[in-house]
Design a protein around this ligand. Structure first.
Ligand code: GLY
Length: 296
């Protein structure tokens, strides 16, 4: 493979894990709509940051995914959301953890990034920051779906996965990379628990010199392996993108036994996808061909 740029490229995921049969088609349709939304930003000359925000925002609005509306509930029956975004041009990054009543956490994470200074805001501080930048709170129930409410009521402690974290990576026409991830986390998680999706280097990473990555799966395991940055370091060691993604998930599996998946782009826009779970809906648009490609 030559080292020329293949941009623009956008790749999105809708979460690793076993998906309920009645959600499979909705997830496919959701990643399709999201990748088209992100692609439209790139095709119009928008930045990779704009593209990943637009893609993830659409998935947050889609109740088929565990992010924004449709997120899973914590032990107290509340939704607490994590998200992060990173700009590979300059390593600018923004993240929010355990926020309530924010419909589009990725947009709040982008606002944190653009404000400069802090990278990660959580809880009440994040709420105050949202108000200061004009991002309005919604009522808590606006994010809760009947499916997640029913699931919370019947879940057992040993069945707490949070399938459906969403994420996107993109390369724009300027050759710049970005990544974003958003989630409701794990079902029945402890109130205040923050997972990998809010942590730069763990759930999300982008560096024009390396690549861009977004993770999904068991947040605690992903944090321990700093999975997004680890996968991109495999690229730096000379691995092809698919091999780097597989090696990262393989290492996580061997070291923790947990479930996870990852999508990544190298700095030329070549894609890598890996999971150790039954499913992970992904869609990609690349090479100026606006027809999405699907990967399950
Ligand atoms: N990967 C999502 C979480 O564990 O919070």
């Amino acid at each position: 493979m030559t080292a020329r740029s293949f941009g623009p490229v956008i790749l999105v995921h809708g979460g690793a894990g076993k998906v309920a049969p009645d959600l499979v088609e909705a997830r496919r349709a959701g990643v399709r709509a999201a990748v088209v939304n992100g692609w439209q930003a790139l095709a119009a000359g928008g930045s990779a940051v704009e593209a990943v925000e637009q893609a993830v925002k659409m998935l947050e609005d889609d109740p088929a995914f565990n992010a924004g509306r449709g997120a899973c509930l914590n032990r107290d029956g509340e939704i607490e959301l994590d998200a992060s975004i990173m700009d590979g041009r300059n390593l600018a990054a923004g993240a929010i953890g355990a926020v309530k009543r924010i419909a589009n956490p990725v947009t709040l994470a982008r606002a944190v990034m653009e404000a400069g200074g802090s990278v990660l805001l959580v809880g009440e501080g994040a709420r105050q920051f949202a108000a200061a930048v004009g991002i309005k709170e919604c009522v808590a129930d606006a994010l809760v779906t009947e499916r997640q409410r029913a699931r919370w009521a019947t879940l057992r402690e040993e069945d707490t996965e949070g399938v459906g974290t969403v994420g996107a990576v993109a390369l724009d026409r300027g050759g710049h990379l970005a990544a974003a991830t958003s989630t409701g986390g794990l079902a029945l998680k402890a109130p205040g628990r923050v997972g990998d999706s809010a942590l730069i280097g763990c759930g999300t990473y982008a560096d024009d010199q390396l690549g861009a990555a977004s993770c999904t799966g068991n947040g605690e395991a992903i944090i321990k392996l700093a999975l997004a940055k680890t996968a991109l370091e495999f690229l730096q060691m000379g691995e092809e993108p698919m091999a780097a993604a597989r090696r990262a998930v393989g290492e996580l599996t061997a070291r923790t036994g947990a479930e996870a998946g990852i999508i990544l782009l190298d700095r030329y826009g070549r894609i890598g996808i890996a999971r150790n779970t039954a499913q992970m809906a992904c869609a990609c648009i690349r090479n100026d061909n606006a027809d999405p490609e699907f990967f399950d």
